[in-house]
Ligand binder design. Structure first.
Ligand SMILES: Cc1cc2nc3c(=O)[nH]c(=O)nc-3n(C[C@H](O)[C@H](O)[C@H](O)COP(=O)(O)OP(=O)(O)OC[C@H]3O[C@@H](n4cnc5c(N)ncnc54)[C@H](O)[C@@H]3O)c2cc1C
Length: 598
C-alpha cells in the first residue's frame, strides 16, 4: 500500500507512516565514527571517575558539588556540544551529542543538570541570540564558567505554559525591562549564572529574556524536596521589579513561544537518549544481581520469569536504541544537506522542527521504556529493590520525572497527532493520498502487492500492515471528528500510541536487516529482538486501533472496519517466550544490554 513518494518526501518528518525505508538508509549504532565513539568513552570515563563516587554528596545537595562537576565537564569539552566553534564550543554533530547524552545517564541527576545547561539552557542563545548576546554568553557557557537554566514553568502554568503570569514592561526611560512574577521547578536554578526567562510584555506578548544572577529584585528560592533526581537542583525564582538591560530581550517581543517550543523540541529528543542510557544501566544492574542472588538453591537468573523480564527489558531497549540512533542520523543527514546555505543555525532549527514528531516519540517511548526497565529492575532485586542502600530504588525514583517534564507524555502524545494532521493538511506529508489508496484497496478486496521476502519477511509485512491499521483508525477519526479531533483525547492518544509503535517496530526491523546484510555476528540476536518486539506491538496496535474505531464509528461500518483491522493485524504464531529466554542468556553472559554499539 506504500504510496509513491519522492526521495524528498521520504526524508521528511513523519514519512515512516506512509512508506517503508530501506535498511541501508537508517543510521544504527554500528555506524558510529571513531570520533563519536571517543566522545562516548570520554563521557563514560568522566561519569565513572568523577560523578559516581560523589553520588552520596550529590544526593544530599552538598554545596558546590554539582556545579563543580558541571564545570569539570566543561573543561573536557562535554558542555559545548551545541555551541558553534566560532563561540568556543565543540559544535558536535547530532549523533555525537546523542552518544554523550546516553553515556551521562548512568547518574540521572547529572544527566538532568547537563540537559538543563548544555541543552535547554544553551539552545535559546545558540538559535535565537544576537551576535552580541552570543559573543557575551556562549564562550563562557561552553566551558562551564557560566552555568545556565531554562525558566518556562510557573506555579499556575506548566503544560499550559502560555498562561504565564510573569510580566515584563519597558522602564519609563526605555532602557530596561522590569520583570515581576514567579517561576517554578527550575533545573540548575540553585547555582545557575544565566537564566533564560519567559514573560509577557505588557501582560500579553509572550517573550524571552536573559537575566543574570545577582540582578536586584531577582531572588532564588529553596531547593524543592523531590521524589527523585535528588542530586539535581530544582528551585523557584522570584522577580520583584527586577530590572535588566533592554538588550537582554532574546529574539522578538511576542515571539517567545517560538524560542520556548523549539527549545523543548530539541530537548525532548535528548531526553530520549538519556532514558536509553539509564535503561541500559538498569539492565546491567539487574543482570548482575540476578546472577548473584540465589533462591531455592539456584541463582534467580535461572528462573524463567526472571529471564522473561531481562529478555523483555533488552527487547524494548533495543527498539528504543534503534529509534534514537535512526532519528539522530536522520537529523544529522538533514542538517548536513542544508549546510551549504548561509544561515546554518537557522537551518539546524528548521531541521529540528521538521523532526518534531520523531523527537516527541523519542521522549515518550524513552521515558516509558525506562520506567518499564526500572520497575522490572526493582522486581528482580526483590525486597532489596525497595531499599535505598541498593541502586535500583534510586533508578526507579529517578526514572519517574521523565514522563512529566519537557512536556508531559499526555501533551506529547497530543502533539504527535496534531503535528501529523498539520503535515497532512499542508501537504508536507502525503497522508491523505495514502488514506485514499488504502480506501481503494479495502473496496477492491485483498491486495496483490508482492509480499516481502527474506528472513524477516513476516515482520516487514507486519510493519506494512501496521501502517494500514493507522490509516484506517486515523482516517475514520478525522472523517468523523474533523477539526474537533483534538477534543477526543483518548482517541488521539490511541492514534499516537500506534504511531510510536510503528516507528519502534520499523526501526527495530531495519537495524536487524541492516546487520544481516553486513553479516554482523549479532544479526541473528537482533533479528530475534525485532521479532519479539514486533509480535507484541502488533497486538498492542490492534487493541489501540480497535478501541479508537469503536469510539468513532458504529453499526455495519464498525463491523466492516473491525474485520479489515483484523486482516491488518493478523500474524503467525511466534515463540516469544523461547526468544526472550535466548536474549536473556546473552544479557546474562555479558552482564549487560547485549546490543551495545552493534
Ligand atoms: C524535577 C523537575 C524539573 C523541572 N525542570 C524544569 C525546568 O528546568 N524548566 C522549566 O521551565 N520547567 C521545569 N519543570 C516543570 C515541568 O516542565 C512541568 O512540571 C510540566 O510541564 C508539567 O506541568 P505542571 O507540573 O504544571 O502540570 P500540569 O500542567 O498541571 O499537568 C497536570 C496533569 O494534567 C495533564 N494535562 C495538562 N494539560 C492537559 C491537557 N491539555 N490535556 C490532557 N492532560 C493535560 C498533564 O499531562 C498532567 O498529567 C520541571 C519539573 C520538575 C518536577
Amino acid at each position: 500500500m506504500a504510496v509513491t513518494t519522492t526521495s524528498q518526501e521520504l526524508k521528511r518528518g513523519g514519512a515512516f507512516l506512509v512508506a517503508p525505508t530501506a535498511p541501508q538508509d537508517v543510521f544504527t549504532p554500528v555506524d558510529l565514527t571513531d570520533d563519536q565513539r571517543l566522545i562516548g568513552q570520554t563521557t563514560e570515563e568522566f561519569v565513572t571517575k568523577e560523578v559516581l563516587l560523589q553520588i552520596p554528596d550529590l544526593e544530599k545537595h552538598k554545596q558546590g558539588v554539582l556545579p563543580g562537576l558541571l564545570k569539570k565537564a566543561g573543561e573536557i569539552g562535554l558542555l559545548g556540544g551545541l555551541v558553534p566553534e566560532s563561540y568556543g564550543g565543540a559544535q558536535l554533530d547530532k549523533v555525537a551529542t546523542t552518544v554523550l547524552a546516553e553515556k551521562l545517564a548512568a547518574y540521572a541527576s547529572m544527566a538532568v543538570a547537563h540537559g538543563g545547561h548544555a541543552g535547554i539552557g544553551t539552545i535559546p542563545l545558540v538559535y535565537f541570540g544576537t551576535e552580541d548576546q552570543k559573543k557575551k554568553y556562549l564562550p563562557k557557557m561552553a566551558t562551564g564558567e557560566w552555568l545556565a537554566c531554562y525558566c518556562l514553568s510557573e506555579p499556575q502554568a506548566g503544560s499550559d505554559a502560555l498562561a504565564s503570569r510573569t510580566r515584563a514592561v519597558l522602564s519609563p526611560d526605555g532602557k530596561s525591562w522590569i520583570l515581576n512574577g514567579q517561576k517554578m521547578w527550575i533545573t540548575n536554578g540553585g547555582f545557575a549564572d544565566i537564566f533564560t526567562i519567559f514573560a509577557k510584555v505588557d501582560g500579553d506578548k509572550f517573550s524571552c529574556f536573559i537575566i543574570e544572577r545577582g540582578t536586584p529584585g531577582f531572588s532564588i528560592g529553596a531547593e524543592e524536596n523531590k521524589m527523585g533526581i535528588r542530586g539535581s537542583s530544582t528551585v523557584p525564582l522570584f522577580f520583584e521589579n527586577a530590572a535588566i538591560p533592554k538588550e537582554n530581550l532574546l529574539h522578538e517581543v511576542g515571539r517567545g513561544h517560538i524560542v520556548a517550543f523549539n527549545t523543548l523540541n530539541a530537548g525532548r529528543f535528548s531526553l530520549g537518549a538519556y532514558c536509553l542510557g539509564a535503561a541500559k544501566k538498569a539492565i546491567e544492574l539487574s543482570a548482575k544481581y540476578a546472577k548473584e542472588r540465589s533462591a531455592f538453591g539456584k541463582p534467580i537468573a535461572d528462573f524463567g520469569l526472571i529471564q522473561a523480564k531481562l529478555g523483555e527489558m533488552a527487547v524494548r531497549t533495543y527498539a528504543l536504541e534503534s529509534m534514537i540512533y535512526r532519528t539522530a542520523g536522520t537529523i544529522e543527514a538533514a542538517v548536513a544537506a542544508g549546510e551549504s546555505g548561509s544561515d546554518k543555525t537557522k537551518a539546524a532549527m528548521q531541521t529540528l522542527e521538521e523532526y518534531a514528531i520523531e523527537s516527541s516519540i523519542s521522549k515518550v517511548a524513552g521515558s516509558e521504556i525506562l520506567d518499564y526497565c526500572a520497575d522490572e529492575g526493582v522486581q528482580i532485586f526483590g525486597g532489596y529493590g525497595f531499599h535505598e542502600d541498593y541502586p535500583m530504588a534510586r533508578t526507579y525514583r529517578d526514572s519517574r520525572i521523565n514522563r512529566i517534564f519537557e512536556g508531559t507524555n499526555e501533551i506529547n502524545r497530543m502533539l504527535i497527532v496534531q503535528m501529523l494532521m498539520k503535515r497532512a493538511t499542508t501537504g508536507a506529508l502525503p497522508l491523505i493520498a495514502a488514506g485514499k489508496k488504502l480506501a481503494e484497496e479495502i473496496l477492491g478486496g485483498p491486495s496483490f502487492e508482492e509480499p516481502p521476502t527474506g528472513d524477516l519477511a513476516a515482520e516487514e509485512q507486519a510493519v506494512a500492515q501496521a501502517r494500514k491499521a493507522f490509516l484506517l483508525a486515523s482516517g475514520a477519526a478525522v472523517q468523523r471528528f474533523t477539526d474537533k479531533l483534538a477534543d477526543h483525547q483518548e482517541i488521539v492518544a490511541a492514534l499516537a500510541n500506534i504511531v510510536i509503535e510503528i516507528y519502534a517496530m520499523e526501526s527495530a526491523l531495519l537495524r536487524a536487516q541492516k546487520a544481516a546484510v553486513a553479516g554482523a555476528n549479532t544479526a541473528g540476536e537482533m533479528a530475534n529482538a525485532a521479532r519479539v518486539y514486533i509480535y507484541d506491538a502488533v497486538d498492542r496496535i490492534e487493541k489501540e486501533a480497535r478501541t479508537a474505531l469503536i469510539a468513532t464509528v458504529e453499526g455495519d461500518i464498525l463491523a466492516t472496519q473491525l474485520a479489515v483491522l483484523r486482516r491488518f493485524t493478523k500474524h503467525a504464531p511466534l515463540d516469544a517466550i523461547g526468544l526472550r529466554r535466548k536474549i536473556a542468556q546473552s544479557v546474562l553472559a555479558q552482564n549487560r544490554y547485549p546490543f551495545e554499539a552493534h
